[in-house]
Design a protein. Structure first.
Length: 343
């Protein structure tokens, strides 16, 4: 049976008559949170059984949940083949964030990221991406808060390496008859897959773009992020300069601060020169340490100094708060910690 969450409304409409049934079903699934056709009382009773035989409406199961002392929650979500997707819910007073994965593992092998050590197991389907959002929403946001969240594609995987499924998932989440997520509430983060960035620029509906930089010269970035050997910094930045932005919209650059590797004043100055004049802001992410990785987190004073150099160079820079460290939920820490050794 085909999962209904893999389906855009237009596709559903083509298989249904009258086609507005697809709108009724989308509202039932994404706005009323119904989990079976029998409860969709606006559909003719006679049609419900036929639909139920064709479409799978079940959400995947939460295999485990880890709760951080700071309120962050990490979910291991069991998919139909037993693989586990990781999803993180980050509560904040006015702006909750749901961080979703686009792949199981990742092919890019960035040297400071635990997911990178895993290699790529497989891509996630559109439905497997969409249902991460639905589960995190239903587990955490009831009542009037149900729509108070942003989505970031910053979990496991490189979203632009799974382009078609990721974009399909974004269209489903964006559908006004469904979850109705505005594009300004969705951020796609990429390690710099140039062809994907160029393709994204051509789309009708475009989410916010974040580029993981972490290294301001090709020499440094080649070491840290092997993808830079294929798509060097200057080419990625050229594509970003051409990227269509709305009024006052900016591109986010993520920059991981690694002690003695990317955190010097010289690095900060190079970064200022790279980003000069661009509608950009920088999120500094102090390295999240892990036993398996040899890097260290810089001291608070070098983090502050780095930020200051950017600010003085007129580059807006924010230090990302460390969240969910105690449950391996922070950036770069998603590696199936807590999953059973054998599936
Ligand atoms: N592949 C995409 C999506 C993953 S996002 C991308 O690279 O953008 C994950 C973010 O966490 C990236 O900005 C990455 O640079 C950052 N990150 C990875 N490992 C980290 C670590 N150990 N500590 C802090 N940030 C890390």
């Amino acid at each position: 049976m085909k999962s209904i969450y893999d389906c855009e409304r237009a596709e559903l409409a083509r298989s249904l008559s009258p086609s507005y049934r697809s709108t009724q079903i989308f509202k039932s699934l994404y706005q009323r949170w119904l989990g079976n056709f029998e409860d969709m009382t606006d559909l003719p009773r006679a049609e419900r059984a036929g639909l139920a035989a064709e479409w799978d409406l079940r959400l995947p199961e939460v295999h485990r949940r880890f709760d951080s002392t700071d309120g962050t929650r990490r979910y291991l979500i069991r998919l139909h083949d037993g693989e586990l997707a990781e999803t993180v819910f980050l509560p904040e007073e006015h702006r909750n964030t749901i961080c979703i994965s686009s792949q199981i593992g990742c092919a890019l092998a960035c040297s400071f990221c635990l997911t990178g050590l895993m290699g790529l197991t497989r891509h996630l389907s559109a439905g497997e991406i969409v249902t991460q959002v639905l589960l995190a929403q239903r587990e955490n946001l009831a009542g009037e808060l149900r729509d108070s969240f942003n989505i970031v594609l910053m979990g496991m995987g490189e979203p632009l390496h799974n382009y078609d499924n990721v974009m399909q998932a974004i269209r489903i989440l964006h559908d006004p008859e469904g979850l109705n997520m505005s594009m300004s509430r969705i951020t796609l983060s990429t390690a710099g897959m140039l062809p994907g960035i160029e393709r994204l620029a051509q789309e009708d509906d475009i989410p916010n773009l974040a580029i993981s930089l972490t290294g301001s010269t090709n020499a440094k970035r080649n070491e840290l992020m092997p993808i830079n050997r294929k798509y060097p910094i200057e080419d990625v930045l050229d594509a970003v300069k051409r990227f269509p932005l709305k009024h006052r919209q900016r591109v986010t650059f993520e920059y991981v601060l690694l002690k003695g590797v990317t955190d010097s004043v010289e690095d900060a100055r190079t970064l200022v020169r790279l980003l000069a004049g661009m509608p950009a802001k920088v999120n500094l992410i102090p390295f999240n340490e892990a036993e398996e990785l040899q890097y260290r987190r810089p001291s608070e004073s070098s983090i502050a100094r780095f930020q200051e150099v950017l600010q003085r160079g007129n580059v807006d820079a924010f230090v990302r708060k460390n969240r969910g460290n105690d449950i391996s939920a922070a950036c770069g820490q998603l590696k199936h910690k807590g999953a059973p050794a054998a599936k």
